[in-house]
Design a protein around this ligand. Sequence first.
Ligand SMILES: *Cc1c(COP(=O)(O)O)cnc(C)c1O
Length: 472
Amino acid sequence: MEPIRQSLLKKLPGVDHLLEQTKADPFFEDIPRSVLVNSVRSVIDLLRSDILSAAPDIEKNLSDTVILEKIRARVQTELSLNLIPLVNATGVVVHTNLGRSLLASEAIENIALVAGSYSNLEFDLELGRRGSRYSAVEDILCELTRAEAAMVVNNNAGAVLLALETLSKGKTAIVSRGELVEIGGSFRIPDVMARSGAILKEVGTTNRTHPRDYEGAIDADTGLLLKVHTSNYSVVGFTASVSLKELVTIGKKYQLPVMEDLGSGTFTDFSKYGLKKEPTVQESVSAGADIITFSGDKLLGGPQAGIIVGKKEFIDRIKKNPITRALRIDKLTLAALESTLRLYRDPEKAIRRIPTLRMLTMPFEEIEKKAEMLYDLLKNLNDSRLSVKLLTLSSRVGGGALPIQELPSRCLSVTIQGMSANRIEWAMRNHKPPIIGRIEEDAFIMDMRTVQDADIDVIMSAFHKILKEDVQ
Ligand SMILES: *Cc1c(COP(=O)(O)O)cnc(C)c1O
């Protein structure tokens, strides 16, 4: 090693020396020792690798004062939470990476209530003995969907796995080739089927499947007819698929259960609000599906959950499956789900109170008003480097639902002289709380559909800071 680096390495203070130094600074007084030691170590490690990689000006950084400042910053990072709220300015309403659905305030209040108290989670108050965890939501699910029975698990991937394992393990599950979808991340229908022990039997072609394809595939080893709602893409042109109703008729003829994975799942007829039609859970129930699975936190706008509704005979079998225990829903989720579901008793109230529904059906003028308010505030900063434009672009539903739905939305397009769009995006993303937007045509874009009223202040303080500190 070059002598200069060797001598720099020798100048690096040790852990004990630095810990001793922190004693003189009141900032470090109440810092847990594990945090302090970790912070000191990581700062030393960083400086060591700077020396080894011959970073410029390293000698300056080796004084105790500078190192202590770095330790202070490191401690602050270690003490701040990892999971934090942020501003979604992407315009994707059900954004899986950003936490999918915001809960209605009724659901949030109910979580807090149940969290800090004992509850009748699995206790039947009438009979004074052990009860069922599902009873909190089973009645309301049956009331809303007119299904015979219902249960809930941790998420819809779990619901699909559990239903297939119960009804088709070691038997073939017949599904149309056009419905073998990938949901994103690591969820692919064929993979989940394989893990459930159900044997996949594909029928039809990518674009066309007919009733005779299912009938031709049925034999003594068949356990289930499966329909998957291809919610995240759309096949257009020369297409044919077998409706749920037709599949139910085939199921009846051969005495086989019919299961539908609705994916997103909604109780709301979106065509009433000027959006494209998304099949509702009620429609699947009335078409006669034996088992229907869907998510709690996609279009439903509730907490993460996998909801299973259908015929009592099959739901009872699913409830008895020991895997249910491994997928069971948490009490806080259950509290949020019950409150969310109750809002659906009045469909108009659901639209107003459930943030996902409110954002999806928000009138353009309302988004525009928010956009103009932020536009005016940014203009009032009176900074000649800042240039802001109002644009009409498209928001997306997200969550693998309504993929071709255009949702016209009002957006702000921001550029700053002396700063690239990438740099603005970075600064916004690293602001506390972070603001997530996107870059289009060398500008930072914020879609106001998903920006909440309280987020406006956060965005303004981010721009204040960026214009003060970050512009060269
Ligand atoms: C999203 C989705 C799932 C998985 O649901 P999670 O709630 O994310 O577990 C399963 N099937 C379909 C068709 C989906 O769209």
